[in-house]
Design a protein around this ligand. Structure first.
Ligand SMILES: [Zn+2]
Ligand SMILES: [Zn+2]
Length: 375
């Protein structure tokens, strides 16, 4: 009953770190039970794709070329593995439907089963960790095809939501939503600082703005991204280019918050020293969530500040299919409120994928879009 599969498809493959991607023709295989074969509609490029490509993640994650980048993907269903006819909330899937999906959890470890937090799964699989030589080859989004893994949660994309935006949301927005959720709510009594004006920080800005806080402040750079932050609801932006010292930036936040600091701060930048700075920006009795700092050197901080200010501090790592759902719903509910196109950059074909990566690396693009059907 499955339609005839294509015999092969093209992918832009990383064959050596920091070198141009190589276009390869790879065989297309039938999806195993539980999986879906999809034709990639749009893939957006993430900062982590850049770091896989340039080799920065190679040692930490044990990655070896050849690999296929891309984990922010919207695909159209081409073929179903047995039992894959519905999405994770029981909606039927049909050929041609657009889907997003999560990294594949194992569903049998302590985090998956007891903590119910598959984003901390000890055996979680991400496409760029798997060599492209291993079947079924199309492990990422930089190709004409990809696979929704057998154990991955997957969701149909609402008709109202554009594919490139849904792709971007499947990493950056689904990271921002549970991170702010850890804080237990933002409302009109709050003053909010978002650290970072990359895709995650910008989406966090939109989510925070949707709760109508008293004051919403975004700290970051470059100027073009701060402009997006203001368009998406920031009352004030503080440029790290114009205010290169931490003390200056903390002083600016105090000026904007009647000298007290912000009741809520979210760290989405991963910048060196960002956490030390963030703690100085939180008001007494405030709440701080750290989502951006995933690596980098130690950040020496005065632990007594946490005690003296009576702070609540949270970490937030990754997300599961529930956050993907809320991310898609956030976009569907706010198609008119935010000008989402401000985030998306140019669209590149597979042959231009290297250019797209370079433009991401140089911050010329906030979110480059890959369309395998483009020339
Ligand atoms: Zn990503
Ligand atoms: Zn697991």
């Amino acid at each position: 009953m499955s339609p005839k599969l294509p015999e092969s498809g093209r992918a832009a493959v990383v064959t050596a770190w920091n070198e141009p991607l190589e276009i390869q023709e790879l065989p297309v295989l039938a999806p195993p039970p539980g999986a879906l074969l999809v034709a990639v509609d749009k893939t957006t490029i993430c900062g982590s794709d850049v770091h896989v490509w340039d080799g920065a993640f190679a040692a930490d994650f044990g990655i070896e070329p050849p690999v296929i980048l891309g984990h922010e993907i919207v695909g159209r269903v081409v073929a179903f593995g047995a039992g894959a006819e519905v999405d994770s909330i029981d909606r039927p899937l049909r050929t041609g439907d657009r889907v997003v999906w999560e990294h594949e959890p194992c569903n049998h470890c302590y985090q998956c089963s007891v903590e119910r937090n598959p984003s901390l799964c000890a055996h979680r699989t991400i496409g760029f960790l798997i060599p492209a030589t291993r079947e079924p080859h199309f492990h990422g989004g930089f190709g004409e095809y990809s696979y929704v893994w057998p154990r991955s949660g997957r969701l149909r994309v609402p008709d109202e939501v554009d594919s490139a935006l849904a792709a971007a949301a499947s990493c950056a927005l689904r990271t921002a939503i549970p991170a702010l959720g850890r804080l237990g709510g933002i409302d009109f009594t709050d003053t909010v600082v978002i650290q970072g004006a990359g895709p995650v920080g910008l989406f966090a800005t939109a989510v925070a703005a949707s709760h109508s806080p008293r004051r919403l402040i975004v700290v970051g750079a470059p100027a073009a991204r701060l402009e997006v932050a203001r368009a998406w609801g920031a009352d004030v932006t503080i440029s790290i280019d114009e205010h290169p010292s931490r003390e200056e930036r903390v002083a600016r936040v105090k000026e904007e918050t009647e000298g007290r600091g912000a009741t809520v701060v979210g760290e989405f930048s991963g910048g060196p020293g960002a956490v030390v700075e963030g703690i100085d920006m939180v008001a007494a009795n405030g709440r701080y969530v750290i989502a951006g700092s995933l690596g980098g050197p130690e950040q020496p901080l005065l632990a007594q500040r946490i005690t003296q200010k009576n702070l609540a501090i949270f970490g937030s790592l990754g997300a599961s299919i529930d956050s993907y759902y809320h991310a898609l719903e956030f976009l569907r509910l706010h198609t008119d409120r935010f000008d989402w196109d401000l985030l998306l950059g140019d669209t590149y074909g597979l042959a231009e994928a290297t250019t797209a990566l370079r433009r991401m690396a140089s911050f010329a693009e906030i979110k480059a879009v890959l369309d395998p059907a483009a020339a």
